[in-house]
Design a protein around this ligand. Structure first.
Ligand SMILES: [Zn+2]
Length: 405
């Protein structure tokens, strides 16, 4: 977000952009080093992927999805509103937008897990949905995503800046108008506004604003907010003072600047930076920490709900259901601890690995995985006996299942 050069200067000399970008990027919080930027056109998750996900999210009764405006190239900017009562005048209101910088796709993956957590069929998610209204823009800059830009919109401008310009870029204007709409004339304005990025620093952190650029009261709130989230992921999220900005003045070009000048201490507006490197991951743990911390900050007490959440006393691999099956079956895994890697794979009768259903970190609890009887290439497998293997650092087991077509 902090650019040493105005984006318009970069636009005048696009030929040298790569070189300048390389110089800037090592001094700033966002982005990836140029040597790692051999990405696909849309950085692996494009606008069509978003449209596919929107179709899936829309199946939940707790989400409304609308376009809030259009980009330079005319793409819709989509916003999810998640709540059991989106017209409530008492629910706490939170705004999250991601992927202003197209090359920071990890910011999307965290946001995606925030959506999954909020839409889940759990007592906690239900409690959160009945006390909050989350507005989420998963892809603020779809033109830049489709053009394969790392930071710019279709006009070649970094729309993380220019929030104070007289003539705003369309994507900036769309968000500002929405922020105003949700902050003026309603009894429950936005109280938390998160701006999701991912950093070349390869750390997860919030960009803290120094009191020289805000106020001492606001910095107390910031410390509470950031530490409150970190509390749920102490090994993953850096301390509140890991990245301090605005220490000599109040800049005026950023989204958080806009929030500060218009709403000051009334809105906790912060940039979050996820990892932007090969160590990235644990998006679900990060997302859950953020949501829990936000709830704590807003006085929504999940503690009573947490006590009811059953943490299994042992690892276990359950029998799949239905079994026999065709073509879909579900496998439940009991996880005693959060954070350890688990690997769940399907193996055929000859011992060939057909598909890996999971190879990642998960939170403690019961986690369900589905297999659609397709192999790793998306081809349907023949009828027969298959085995599913679970491997954790401390536990290893298999079970048998039967596909009958
Ligand atoms: Zn960024």
């Amino acid at each position: 977000m902090i650019l040493k050069f105005k984006a318009s200067i970069l636009f005048i000399i696009p030929f040298y952009f790569g070189l300048i970008d390389a110089q800037i990027i090592h001094n700033q919080k966002c982005g990836i080093p140029p040597e790692e930027s051999n990405h696909s056109r849309n950085w692996g998750y494009g606008y069509n992927d978003l449209l596919d996900d929107i179709e899936i999210w829309q199946q939940s009764q707790y989400v409304n999805i609308d376009s809030i405006g259009r980009t330079v190239q005319g793409r819709a900017i989509w916003e999810l509103t998640i709540s059991e009562d989106p017209s409530s005048i008492t629910h706490k209101r939170i705004y999250i937008h991601a992927r202003t910088h197209p090359g920071e796709e990890e910011a999307f993956w965290v946001t995606d897990e925030i959506i999954n957590f909020l839409l889940a069929d759990t007592p906690e998610a239900s409690f959160i949905r009945s006390n909050t209204i989350f507005h989420i823009v998963p892809m603020h800059n779809p033109d830049g995503v489709e053009l394969g830009y790392s930071r710019e919109n279709a006009n070649g401008l970094d729309i993380e800046s220019g929030w104070d310009d007289n003539v705003l870029e369309p994507e900036v204007s769309v968000l500002q108008n929405r922020f105003l709409e949700l902050s003026l004339a309603i009894p429950n304005p936005i109280q938390v506004a998160l701006n999701m990025h991912s950093a070349y620093a390869c750390k997860r952190y919030f960009v803290y604003h120094h009191e020289n650029g805000t106020s001492s009261y606001f910095t107390d709130l910031e410390k509470d907010f950031i530490s409150g989230i970190q509390h749920y992921y102490p090994d993953g999220i850096e301390d509140w003072d890991y990245f301090v900005s605005w220490s000599s003045n109040t800049p005026d070009q950023y989204p958080e600047s806009w929030w500060w000048f218009n709403y000051a201490e009334n809105v906790m507006a912060l940039t979050y930076e996820d990892m932007n490197c090969s160590n990235a991951g644990n998006y679900n743990i990060t997302a859950e920490a953020i949501v829990r911390g936000v709830c704590d900050y807003l006085g929504i007490n999940l503690a009573g709900i947490n006590d009811q959440k059953e943490i299994p006393s042992a690892y276990a691999l359950k029998q799949n259901y239905p079994n026999p099956f065709n073509p879909l079956t579900t496998i439940d895994v009991q996880l005693k601890q959060s954070g350890g890697n688990i690997r769940l794979s399907i193996v055929d009768i000859s011992g060939n690995e057909v598909k890996v259903l999971a190879n990642n970190y998960f939170l403690a609890g019961v986690k369900s995985f589905q297999w659609d009887s397709k192999d790793r290439n998306g081809k349907s497998v023949p009828s027969g006996v298959y085995f599913y293997h679970l491997e954790t650092s401390s536990f290893k087991t298999s079970k048998k299942m039967i596909l009958i077509k």
